[in-house]
Design a protein around this ligand. Structure first.
Ligand code: PLP
Length: 290
């Protein structure tokens, strides 16, 4: 039985308490880095290649070289998950632009990235638990203009999420000039007359791995969907609303800004997509060979 959380820092596995970083790390002083959150079901990471692709895209966008190949990352993260007792977990990965002796904004001439990963046990919500639904509110977009990058500079998201939580809601839906973009920690979907809608990919939102996975399931099962702008009016008229994220795959929304969505219960399209998603997760879990 594993009791101590093991982390990976700059090529070594060690207890999390012993994983120390310099206060001169640019991740600390500037939030100059990127991250990923990866779900693990029964010891197996889900959609790992897609997460590693996005990690590399984020790194390229901030003009950093990906430090490891997918093969090396896969080996590191599989080892980490095993060291932390396998089962259901979530992995956090962060890569920063390393140490900056004098807090210059300019990139160091020679970048030695800080590479960190840790994984924790996770109790994923059951279908019945998720079906209870969540309540969300609109929050005004206060972010910068490159929201497709999964940057470690998370302050705007923290403030918007806090605003929603303090107002008594489970999540904030980020609104910009009358249109909904995504949640503060999730992507957004609505259903209207049997069609699934989600905002199109742009620099205004994170290109969620779960978002893409769900659209892939819709495509595969010939469920109609469109990537199109979603106005506040569309939100109010929606038959169903969901938010998606790797660690809480598809959460049905039953209330938006005090307005009941559909009949105030998780809808039939959510039910179908949940089963399809859960089916994929179960296939993965059953293919574990240990
Ligand atoms: N949008 C934002 C702002 C997020 O922080 C997240 C997850 O952390 C998502 C969307 C969902 O992304 P994914 O499905 O890749 O977890």
């Amino acid at each position: 039985m594993t009791t101590q959380t093991i982390a990976f820092l700059n090529d070594a596995f060690l207890p999390i308490e012993e994983a120390h970083l310099s206060p001169l790390d640019r991740g600390f002083t500037f939030g100059d880095g990127v991250y990923e959150v990866i779900p693990v079901y029964n010891g197996r990471s889900f959609c790992l290649d897609a997460h590693l692709d996005r990690l590399n895209q984020s790194l390229n966008s901030i003009r950093m070289q990906p430090p490891y190949s997918h093969e090396k990352w896969t080996h590191i993260l599989d080892t980490l998950v095993k060291k932390n007792g396998a089962g259901d977990q979530w992995i956090y990965v962060q890569v920063t632009r390393g140490i900056e002796p004098k807090r210059e904004h300019q990139f160091p001439t020679q970048v030695i990235p800080t590479i960190f990963a840790v994984s924790y046990p996770k109790v994923y919500l059951t279908k019945a638990e998720q079906a209870k639904g969540i309540r969300v509110t609109a929050v005004t977009d206060i972010r910068w203009k490159l929201c497709h990058i999964k940057t470690a500079s998370r302050l705007a998201y923290v403030l918007m999420n806090q605003e929603a939580k303090e107002a008594g809601f489970d999540e904030g839906i980020i609104m910009n000039t009358g249109y909904a973009l995504e949640g503060t920690i999730s992507n957004l979907f609505i259903v209207r007359h049997g069609v699934i809608y989600t905002p199109p990919k742009s620099t205004q939102l994170l290109h969620g791995i779960t978002r893409d996975y769900i659209l892939g399931l819709a495509e595969q099962h010939k469920i109609p969907y469109r990537e199109s702008k979603i106005s506040e009016r569309d939100l109010l008229k929606a038959d169903e609303m969901w938010i998606t994220a790797s660690t809480r795959p598809i959460s049905p929304v039953i209330e938006f800004n005090g307005h009941t969505i559909g009949n105030g219960k998780a809808g039939p399209m959510w039910d179908r997509l949940w089963d399809l998603y859960a089916g994929q997760v179960n296939n993965l879990s059953m293919s574990v060979s240990n």
